[in-house]
Ligand binder design. Structure first.
Ligand code: HEM
Length: 229
């Protein structure tokens, strides 16, 4: 196994770990976003609560959840390790490059953008993930189809608060920029660069980085507006 440890410690190995975990998290985001669009339904939360129970009680999804948690932790830890190694290797050039770099500002500030997403995730996990698993949620019964934890009511309550909605919107702006660099850079690291396909990957990456965070941000905004009247 020492070859594996060596590979994971190499510069390319570290970048590959960032790419694979990042791409897995991108797939997670698509699924999570689609599931969360059930919050737009005016059904008192039934579809969303049924979905939440399915997601937290199906073994294969529970296994995927563990991969998601591991990916978040590994992605964050490796980003810190890579940044520290890069800074140690070229402290002076780093400062110069930073000032005069030709890459966009968000590419040079992936750490800051990632930290915004990470802070968001801590609040997010505490509000919803923790409540679903360990909280005392109210229970609802839909036409005799058994009891469901009313996670919807917790989400709806949270999104009645303007500052909570603002936190989501700001975090989704951070996520959008983080993704717009991360998406194409993951494909570059995997060596998937091609005269014909690279513009396509960049185009898809750009659209993905705009559409997914926008839908995520719209959920709290729409729920907040609905709660007003
Ligand atoms: C409006 C936007 C969002 C809403 C309403 C929402 C809602 C939820 C809810 C209700 C849960 C708990 C469900 C459960 O216990 O499995 C959850 C879990 C989670 N959310 Fe979100 N979410 C949103 C955006 C995001 C974003 C943007 C990210 C990532 C950047 C994210 C990452 C996660 C993760 C990693 C989990 C744990 C999933 C698991 O346990 O498998 N969420 N979210």
């Amino acid at each position: 196994m020492s070859w594996l440890t060596e590979a994971l410690k190499s510069s390319l190995g570290r970048k590959l770990v960032m790419s694979f975990t990042g791409l897995f998290l991108i797939l997670f985001l698509v699924g999570h976003m689609l599931g969360n669009t059930l919050l737009f339904f005016d059904d008192g939360g039934q579809a969303f609560n049924e979905y939440a129970r399915f997601m937290t009680s199906t073994p294969i999804i529970q296994a995927l959840s563990l991969v998601t948690y591991a990916s978040i932790i590994i992605h964050a830890v490796y980003s810190i390790v890579i940044t520290r190694i890069n800074r140690r290797a070229r402290p002076i050039q780093y400062a110069l490059n930073k000032a005069s770099a030709s890459s966009p500002w968000y590419s040079r500030n992936m750490g800051i953008l990632g930290t915004i997403v990470l802070i968001f995730l801590v609040v997010h996990f505490r509000s919803f993930w923790y409540e679903m698993r360990f909280g005392q949620l109210p229970v609802v019964n839909y036409d005799g189809s058994g009891e469901f934890k009313d996670l919807y009511s917790i989400v709806a309550e949270s999104f009645k608060q303007w500052w909570y909605v603002l936190l989501y919107v700001v975090a989704m702006i951070g996520l959008a920029f983080h993704l717009s660099h991360g998406f194409k850079s993951a494909f570059q690291t995997l060596g998937l660069t091609h005269k014909k396909y690279t513009p396509l990957i960049e185009g898809v990456g750009l659209w993905f980085s705009i559409v997914v965070p926008t839908i995520f941000a719209l959920i709290p905004v729409v729920m907040f507006i609905k709660s007003l009247g």
